[in-house]
Design a protein around this ligand. Sequence first.
Ligand code: FNR
Length: 340
Amino acid sequence: MRISRKMEHVHYALELGQSRQQGLSDIKLVHNCLPETSMEHMALTTEIGDLIMSSPILINAMTGGAQETESINRELAIMAREKGMAMAVGSQMSALKNSEVASSYQVVRRENPKGIVFANLGSEATVDQAVRAIEMIEANALQIHLNVMQELIMPEGDRSFVGMLKRIEAIVRHVQVPVIVKEVGFGILKENAKQLQEVGVRILDVGGSGGTNFAAIENARRPAAMEWLNDWGTPTSISLLESLSVFPRGAVIASGGITNALEAAKALVLGASAVGMAGAFLRVLREQGAQSMHRFADELHQGLILIMTALGAPTIGALGQCPVVIMGETADWCRTRGID
Ligand code: FNR
C-alpha cells in the first residue's frame, strides 16, 4: 500500500506540476549598477546551523521505499555528489517497518559516502525510530516533516495530531545530529515557529505553498475528493518572512515552488541560508533524464553566481544583506501580521 502510494506521489507531482504561486514575484531585487565584483570571486558555500554546505541549493525529501524509487534516489544522490549539494531522502517509515526496502534509502549514502545527507520521518516518529532512520543512512541531520493537511485529505491518513510537539522535543533532545523541522508545502508561520523554537528546534525549512501541492496530489488520487482544499497553505515568500521573524539568519531554509536561480536568489536575499527544491529536480530527471538534471544543477549554480555578481554580493551571507523591496500580497500580509 505504502509502496504504490510513493510512486503515485511521484506520478501526480509531475502530472499536476507547480503553480509557482510561491509569492516570490512580490519580491523585487534592487539592481546595483556599480557592484565592484568579479564572477570568479563568488562563493556558494553556506551554513545551516553547524552544517557547512558547498551549495545553497539542497535536494529536498522525496522518495524511497520501492525499487523504482531506489533508481530515483540513486540519480539524485549522484547529482548531489557531483554538484556538492546536500540531499534529503523521503520518509523512511516504510523501511523502519520493513527492512527489505532500506536499500532504496541507503543507496543515497552508498553513492555519496562523504556528502551531506538528511534522514526523514514524520512527527509520529518515536526517538527510537529517529535514531534508526539516522543510522540507516549515516545521516548528517534529520528532517521531521509536518503534513497535517495531507494526512487529513488522505482517507488512510492520520486523524489525530496530539503530541506532535512533545515527540519532536524528545527527538531533538536525544539524537546526535541537527533536527530540521519542515513543512511539505503548506508553510510554517510565526506562532508555530515559536512553539518549535521553544522545544529546542534550531533549523526550519518553511515548505511554503506554490510548488508541489500535496492537497491537490491527494485529491487527484481518488474520486469524490476535497478539491476545495487545493489552495490551503501559505506561500513560500510569506512563510519565509514569518519564520525569519522568529528564527535567526543561518537557521532557515526556504522551499516550496522554487524552480530557478532567480527564485532561489530572492529567497536568499530575504534571509534564507539555503533553498530546498524537490519537484523541479524530479521533473527534469523523469522527463529529460539524469544528464539534463546535472545541467539544470549547473544552470542553478551559474545563475546564482551571475545574480550575486550583479548584486555585488560575493557570499551567500552578503546576498542576505542586499536591499530588497517587498510588494503585493506578501507586503500586505506582513503589514497585517506585524512582520518587518
Ligand atoms: C515530497 N515531499 C516530501 N517531504 C518529506 O518531508 N517527506 C517525504 O517523504 C516527501 N515525499 C515527497 C514526494 C514527492 C514525489 C515530492 C515531489 C515531494 C515534499 C518535498 O520535500 C517538498 O517539501 C515539497 O515538494 C515542496 O517543494 P517543491 O517540490 O515545491 O520544491
